[in-house]
Design a binder for this molecule. Structure first.
Ligand code: COI
Length: 365
């Protein structure tokens, strides 16, 4: 949609905006929106051809025009990020965006895609958010989900790195990620399929990792479970991560999470939880955790809490684990004390309601 009056050039970004009276209705109850199904009026995009990012634009959200031979469609040559913006009165706040853009570039390097200047990536997002600030919901428990995405667009079926890429950012208001809301989730331990192996792409946020997880998800659904916990690929013994979250276990006073070793996604929320746990005077450990230790600990009472964490999920208490045809209850199916404290503090910091002692918040201005 070309509107010469609204077209302007700022920071080398071209603006092509939807007239105010043609903008979409916002959802009346954002907490009821199914995650990732409603999108704002505009998106950002830039193309990489001939070795540099060009044609940076903020324009109406809408379908992409892609050649059916585009490499992303055939070889999952695609990466993405997940971030959120929160509203505090008139202010819009981002949470540790530099970590997401660093991870985007790490994913790009792993997948032989071009990197993007992190300052430019952040500034593009900020420019988009300035236009879409009315889309940042105010209701507690809601936020504006941000999906930066890079895809290989060259039409070529030969398998080699693409010579053309599209990077874009789309936005949409969201409530809780899980249908359970913020109530404890049920996690199915997969010992049949694996997600990643060291040396593979598990630490990159690349699209194929998620498609590869769907089959195990159907096993989980059959027994009424919603998420899959992955074990290591070699021994099927060491816990790795849940499909959309990193995992923490509290054994008595010890808080532990599996170490990043190349097969686990380096979560921004994971890193924040490690920091907050230290603030609480705990000594969180990044260590190998076997599924047997967890199952024994659930039976003996040594496992006090299990929770997942991620941008979309925030902090998700685990109420039940399914392992080898047996369900195990966690924390009596309730949210544990540490899980609740982390949830409250994290949401409090992200939404600007609590002090931000680590300087994690970046205001959109
Ligand atoms: C996120 O937490 O933002 C993710 O990327 C998980 C997602 C696949 C929903």
């Amino acid at each position: 949609m070309y509107n010469p009056e609204l077209m302007c050039l700022r920071m080398n970004i071209e603006f092509d905006l939807v007239p105010k009276d043609e903008r979409k209705e916002k959802p009346t109850d954002v907490l009821q929106v199914s995650f990732g199904t409603v999108f704002s009026d505009h998106m950002f995009s830039t193309r990489h051809t001939g070795g540099s990012w060009e044609d940076a634009r903020i324009h109406p959200f809408g379908p992409l025009s892609l050649n059916p031979a585009a490499q992303c469609l055939h070889y999952a040559h695609a990466i993405f990020e997940g971030m959120k913006a929160y509203r505090r009165g008139d202010r819009v706040l981002l949470f540790r965006p530099e970590m997401n853009f660093k991870r985007l570039n790490d994913s790009a390097e792993r997948m032989v895609m071009p990197t993007i200047d992190p300052n430019f990536a952040l500034q593009s997002l900020i420019e988009l958010l300035k236009i879409e600030y009315e889309w940042v919901p105010e209701v507690p428990g809601s936020s504006l989900y941000i999906r930066p995405t890079m895809i290989a667009t060259e039409p070529k079926l030969g398998v080699r790195p693409s010579l053309e890429y599209l990077y874009y950012i789309i936005l949409g208001p969201v409530g809780p990620y899980f249908k359970e809301g913020f109530a404890p989730v049920k996690i199915f331990v997969s010992d049949k399929y694996v997600r990643a192996v060291k040396g593979g792409t598990g630490a990159a946020k690349t699209s194929g990792n998620y498609a590869a997880c769907l089959l195990a998800g159907t096993d989980a659904t059959k027994v009424g479970y919603s998420q899959v916990l992955w074990l290591d690929a070699l021994e099927r013994k060491w816990i790795e991560e849940v499909g959309t979250m990193n995992l923490f276990v509290r054994f008595d006073d010890e808080v532990a999470t599996p170490p990043l070793g190349g097969s686990i996604l380096p979560g921004v929320t994971r890193d924040s939880v490690l920091t907050l746990a230290k603030d609480y005077g705990l000594t969180p450990k990044e260590r190998m955790i076997s599924i047997y230790e967890v199952i024994e600990g659930l039976s003996s009472g040594k496992v006090k809490e299990i929770f997942g964490c991620g941008t979309a999920a925030i902090i998700a208490p685990v109420g039940s684990l399914w392992y080898k045809d047996t369900p195990y209850e966690v924390s009596n199916g309730q949210t544990g004390e540490l899980t609740q404290r982390l949830f409250d503090d994290l949401i409090g910091i992200q939404s600007g309601e609590r002090e931000d002692p680590h300087g994690w918040i970046v205001p959109v201005e």
